[in-house]
Design a binder for this molecule. Structure first.
Ligand SMILES: *Cc1c(COP(=O)(O)O)cnc(C)c1O
Length: 832
């Protein structure tokens, strides 16, 4: 059907595209939601229609190609639902968003470019929020999907829209242009990001410029010659009347801008409509100055022109962090720090994140007045109240006069304080324990002080875990195996050092099929943290059998010895088990076959007897049968892997014939998924790849770095040639040098073999070699070539220092370094 036939009013409903997240629940609940089922590369929204129906969603947009006979049958049962069948749900969503946008005659700023889009958008909103009611993209929602979702909430109250548009392929901007319909454009800059999708930089610029086909004004930096040229060549041809504001730091330019360095900041000077302007900003790096200049010009175009007002607002600009950080706090609390964003969509995202955490902890939200939402308080706080009820927040702590005034609308337990200081003095925070606490406040409430109250001190050395990268990697491997093969994720060894409970929560959210741990204790810890996925335990021991039953953990059975123990356990404790029968069932088992790894598992000639034992005992149900490849990461072992595969499928077939049913079969680990995808069978076991290391080295660019190990410089000293550094005087200086002492040592997991120049540490953009031996708690590095002060950050591995490279330097593998990061190093989880 065509979009004219949609009998919905876009103002009365809100779109949902992810069954797990309700992005913008500003309205009154599920009845007003329209679910757009999208068939993606690794996710098919059509699978969740019944689930959403159960949650009271009644309007669905579905794609003809996804409608199997089964699904048609399922949909036919939903008699009171509206179902629209279309060719592409995404296209339909875009067209409806475009139609919606068309109803509003207000200024709309559209921002594109390679870098800085989100910062420019956020700063512009900060500067303009006192004068306008603004609808803007949440975070960096700038994709084919993110843009329609950002624009849809526009309503009659808004007086300004600010949206960003990002593209990664040719022909994507057309749709975004028709949804945003920007009246004012900002083209931030052009760089090499996403180059792979385009033939040339020219083509990329040309595509981006389509966003401004119908705009009245375009702000850009004239010194980007590629942008400037294409504007005159292409844009002017289709939009001859557009007003171009091409600024430059060249004094001879039409719109000259002057940056003057000042203490702790920079003065930006320009002339606008005959008057001289000068605003101070608290930055001096080139990227921030470029972004601030775009924001200043856009503010002027929008009529905010009083010098004193601009000066005051620009002086308050702060770096924009899109991060949502999860930290361990005192009194066993977990803390989500989102003190940077404070609009409604940001709150919704943060609440979803809160909800993904341990389901057993009390959920507490500390929230200030929200000042940049583009909504009136009388609508805003009821909308927040319904979000909190839906997300099952256990306690709201409201801070500020405005939120306090709306106490009555909240249905969850609340307490209110008129100012941050009052909250801190109340002592309430000290009483919280075993909770997950989301802290979210407008800048002027200085919630950093609240966060500091909770976070354990001495976080000098941290392992930062990028949860977005983890998700990206999961999707990469999911994509490799396709929708028909299941995925088990290995979270043994504290999730390869990354933090089991947090990683497992994310995996549960992304609906992986199975988790696996090495020991029962690890599985128990996951259950205690609210993980409900099936969990396989690879090394079950007699002493842990009770736990396996109590916590529904599924043992790997790899020998007759362990099988015998398990069977006897099930028999000899009939009383206890009988009592539990009502609540607990006996978990199924996983059979490990040894096909050449020669570690654990049944050998081929043992399978007949194994089959007999299994069939003779009705308490034993085999969930899966699996084996492990010995050399999937190296090409030279590929023939051996083929032989293992053959042995495995034979063994599994033999077992299946005896059992009379077909357990799931799985063989591949991370490297195997990339190197030998044809052996994916029913399930794969993903490990190291999820954590950001592509060990087959065939597609290393496809995974993103997950963990970054960071510390700080404790002390710096200038030493003379000939002096020595550290124990046994091993670090002999051949020339004068600046030596920094870092707060990390081998007891934290920084391997001692990395001493004496073998390891390199990233300090302010420079790789600095280690000097002397690594100590237990400290490491010395040569920072002669870096600009650094005491207290500065040092990166041991992560984004700029590759883990694989580090491992190669000391003749080990990334696995060892990752799992070696000691538990005393705090893990900090974040999402962009
Ligand atoms: C650890 C482990 C994996 C995962 O291996 P990666 O190389 O990290 O992908 C798979 N299967 C078994 C049996 C394992 O012990």
């Amino acid at each position: 059907m065509t979009i004219q036939e949609f009998d919905i009013n876009t103002s009365d409903v809100y779109p949902v595209t992810d069954s797990r997240q309700i992005l913008s629940p500003t309205r009154n609940g599920a009845a007003d939601a329209v679910f757009f089922a999208i068939q993606g590369e690794h996710h098919d929204g059509h699978r969740f229609i019944s689930e959403l129906y159960a949650k009271n969603v009644r309007q669905f947009v579905v794609e003809t190609a996804a409608l199997t006979p089964d699904l048609r049958h399922e949909l036919a049962q939903l008699t009171d639902a509206h179902i629209w069948e279309v060719g592409s749900s995404l296209k339909t969503l875009q067209e409806l968003a475009a139609r919606h946008r068309g109803q509003f005659d207000i200024p709309v700023v559209g921002i594109t470019g390679s870098n800085g889009k989100t910062i420019v958008k956020e700063w512009l909103a900060q500067v303009l929020s006192p004068d306008f009611l603004i609808q803007k993209s949440p975070k960096s929602y700038n994709s084919q999907l993110g843009v329609p979702l950002s624009v849809w909430p526009l309503n009659e109250e808004h007086t300004l829209g600010i949206f960003e548009a990002g593209i990664s392929k040719p022909d994507e901007m057309q749709a975004l242009q028709s949804i945003i319909q920007p009246t004012i454009g900002i083209f931030t800059n052009i760089g090499s990001a996403h180059d792979e999708g385009f033939r040339s930089c020219k083509q990329k610029v040309a595509e981006k410029l389509r966003l401004f086909r119908k705009s009245d004004t375009l702000i850009y930096r004239k010194s980007y010659a590629e942008i400037d040229e294409e504007i005159y060549l292409l844009l002017k041809a289709v939009n001859p009347t557009i007003r171009l504001i091409g600024w430059s730091t060249e004094p001879t330019a039409e719109m000259p801008i002057l940056f003057t360095n000042q203490t702790s900041g920079t003065k930006i000077s320009l002339r606008w409509e005959g008057s001289a302007y000068s605003v101070w900003v608290p930055f001096s790096d080139p990227a921030s100055l470029e972004n601030a200049t775009h924001v200043l010009l856009a503010s002027l175009v929008l009529g905010v022109t009083r010098p004193a007002v601009l000066q005051e607002r620009f002086a308050r600009l702060r770096p924009v962090s899109m991060r949502l950080e999860l930290k361990e706090g005192i009194h066993r609390n977990l803390l989500i720090d989102d003190t940077y964003n404070n609009d409604l969509a940001g709150l919704s995202i943060a609440l979803n994140f809160l909800n993904q955490q341990d389901s057993r902890r009390q959920k507490v939200l500390v929230l200030s007045d929200l000042l940049e939402t583009g909504m009136k308080p009388a609508e805003l706080y009821p909308a927040i109240a319904s979000m909190l009820a839906e997300k099952e927040v256990g306690q709201l702590v409201g801070v500020g006069p405005e939120i306090s005034q709306y106490q009555a609308v909240f249905t969850v337990p609340t307490r209110f304080y008129s100012a941050t200081e009052e909250l801190l003095q109340s002592g309430y925070l000290n009483d919280l324990s075993d909770s997950v606490i989301l802290v979210k406040g407008a800048r002027r409430f200085s919630f950093e002080t609240v966060v500091n109250r909770f976070v354990q001190k001495s976080n000098r050395t941290v392992l930062e875990i990028n949860l977005d990268a983890l998700t990206h990697n999961l999707n990469f491997y999911r994509n490799k195996i396709g929708p028909k093969t299941r995925i088990m994720v290995m979270v043994k060894a504290f999730a390869y050092g990354s933090g089991s409970a947090e990683v497992a929560s994310l995996l549960q959210f992304h609906r992986v099929d199975y988790l696996a741990v090495a020991y029962a204790d690890e599985g128990v810890a996951l259950r205690q943290n609210g993980i409900k996925l099936p969990i396989m335990v690879m090394n079950p021991a007699l002493q842990s059998f009770r736990q396996l039953i109590d916590y529904q953990l599924e043992p790997e059975i790899y020998s007759f010895g362990i099988l015998d123990e398990w069977m006897r356990f099930l028999k000899t404790e009939p009383d206890q088990n009988a009592n539990r029968e009502a609540v607990f069932s006996i978990p199924p088992i996983h059979i490990k076959l040894d096909t050449g790894m020669h570690r654990l598992g049944f050998l081929p000639d043992e399978i007949t007897r194994l089959g007999e034992l299994l069939t003779s005992n009705p308490n034993l149900r085999v969930a899966t049968v699996f084996s492990h490849l010995a050399g999937s990461d190296e090409a030279e072992h590929t023939p051996f892997s083929h032989e293992q595969y053959r042995q495995f499928v034979d063994g599994a077939a033999q077992l299946e014939a005896t059992l009379g049913y077909a357990p799931l079969r799985h063989l591949l680990n991370s490297a195997g998924i990339v190197r030998l995808p044809e052996f994916k069978l029913d399930m794969v076991r993903l490990g190291i790849g999820l954590y950001g290391v592509e060990v087959s080295r065939l597609e290393p660019q496809q995974v993103q770095t997950v963990g970054t190990l960071k510390t700080v410089i404790s002390q710096i000293k200038a030493l003379k040639a000939g002096e020595t550094v550290g124990y046994s005087r091993r670090g002999v200086l051949t020339q004068d040098a600046r030596i920094a002492t870092l707060a990390i040592g081998y007891a934290d997991g920084y391997d001692r073999r990395l001493g004496n120049g073998v390891g390199q540490v990233w300090v302010n953009g420079v790789l600095c070699p280690t000097v002397g031996s690594i100590c237990m708690d400290m490491t010395m590095i040569d920072i002669t070539n870096a600009q650094a002060e005491e207290g500065d950050e040092a990166i041991l591995f992560g984004q700029p220092v590759s883990l694989t490279d580090l491992a190669d330097r000391i003749g080990t593998i990334p696995y060892e370094i990752l799992t070696g990061v000691s538990e005393r190093v705090k893990r900090v989880f974040y999402r962009e």
